[in-house]
Design a protein around this ligand. Structure first.
Ligand code: SF4
Length: 403
């Protein structure tokens, strides 16, 4: 494996800096200049929506009406908002509900229990979302950035480079759209209410920190201001941006933190997760354990099991020692290979031995249910395929895992 360069990261970096990173790390050049989308209702809290509505010459109560349609009823088209006079509804939806996401591919598999959507954003950037149904819940996996600047070499999204951060509303709108899909009964064998959101799609959520936190607040504030999900049902993942993890501790949210570790030793993690060259395993785990101590919530340690790379028994033992006695759970992810990739999933006996050793160390461990393998399952693969088909210069996707 090639050692990749250290990535300059500030959770608050401006979008221009983000774009520079995408060039620096060899990302696919977007077809249009990346730009943030127009203002949308979901970018604003209720007070700001009232200000926006009165600025458009309408009474403030229209903000609540519009919010009830969008967050409470999952309605986004003007024609369905029959309690608003038609001239008013056209003006308000044009100004406050612009189209942010245009679905360009939607695919279902697992007998309809998994649905993946590839979106085109207003500037041509591509992002993906996945809806996963289970007997007791429906979960949305959403993207926080178009592409990703973290350059994990086994990841399809990482090979595309970073195009730009998503806006608050671009993140929230993925969830509202998917909540509407769930409510329509389209997710086979699952309840109709979307109840969980995981920030494990494209991008490093904590590299888009202010917008991701604002999106979490919007998703968890009761309707009509927000979607009213439980904070405990939201999972925010990170590859280990320690200053942002520490900032998250101070937010006093009760979301679950998922740390994409993928290796217990710095030698290998420096290669698999290049940001490790900046913040080492010990420092990253310290921040994760502090988050668990602050919130009382178990940290999820994500570990993509890759054949002959990070699946050796001694690495299971080392990981077990690092996590022994900590408020942590290991989520092993069988790598989702793509044809021609040098990265492959570990054989099942190796996976079982890895699990056995971790459990023997007293560490709670599960193997992630692999969803969507028939549909370029993990994040970045649909977008990578689309970029390649479009001749946009995309690097062929390696096997990838949602972080
Ligand atoms: S694994 Fe996650 S952080 Fe790493 S490149 Fe892929 S999307 Fe980015």
């Amino acid at each position: 494996m090639t050692i990749l360069p250290v990535i300059p990261i500030s959770p608050d970096q401006p979008d221009s800096a983000v774009q520079a990173d995408s060039v620096q790390f060899g990302g696919v050049k977007p077809r249009r200049r990346p730009s943030m989308p127009p203002r949308h209702l979901a970018d604003l809290d209720l007070a700001a929506r009232k200000t926006a509505v009165t600025g458009l010459g309408e009474p403030a109560f229209r903000a609540k009406q519009l919010s009830t349609h969008y967050f409470g009823r999952l309605v986004r088209d003007a024609a369905s908002m029959t309690d608003l006079p038609s001239a008013v509804r056209d003006k308000l939806t044009t100004e406050l509900l612009p189209t942010l996401l245009t679905p360009i591919r939607e695919q279902a598999c697992d007998d309809g229990a998994t649905r993946k959507t590839l979106w085109r954003l207003h500037d041509g950037a591509l992002v993906e979302s996945v809806l996963m149904g289970y007997p007791d819940r429906v979960t949305a996996c959403v993207s926080s950035q178009a592409g990703c600047g973290m350059a994990c070499p086994f990841c399809a999204t990482g090979q595309q480079g970073l195009t730009r951060n998503l806006s608050v509303a671009e993140i929230v709108d993925q969830v509202v759209y998917l909540a509407g899909v769930a409510a329509s009964g389209a997710v086979t064998g699952s309840p109709p209410r979307l109840s969980r959101v995981v920030f494990m799609g494209m991008g490093e959520p904590l590299a888009n920190y202010p917008r991701v936190i604002e999106a979490v607040r919007r998703l968890t504030t009761p309707a009509p201001e927000g979607l009213g999900l439980s904070q405990r049902h939201i999972t925010v993942s990170t590859v280990g941006l320690v200053p942002a993890m520490r900032r998250l501790i101070a937010e006093q949210l009760s979301v679950t933190l998922a740390l994409s570790l993928h290796a217990p030793d710095d030698d290998l993690r420096d290669e698999l997760v290049p940001v490790n060259q900046r913040w080492k395993v010990a420092e990253v785990l310290d921040a994760a354990f502090d988050y668990a101590a602050q919130t009382g919530r178990r940290v999820s340690i994500e570990y993509a099991l890759i054949r002959d790379v990070n699946d050796q028994p001694w690495r299971a033992d080392l990981l077990g020692r690092l996590l022994h006695g900590k408020l942590a759970h290991v989520n092993l992810i069988p790598l989702n290979p793509t044809p021609g990739s040098k990265w492959d999933a570990s054989p099942k006996p190796v996976e079982r031995e890895f699990v056995r050793r971790l459990r023997e160390s007293g560490v709670s461990t599960t193997v992630r249910d692999t969803r969507g393998r028939e549909i370029d399952g993990a994040c970045g693969q649909l977008a990578a395929g689309e970029l390649t088909q479009a001749g946009a210069g995309g690097v062929a996707a390696d096997a990838e895992v949602a972080q």
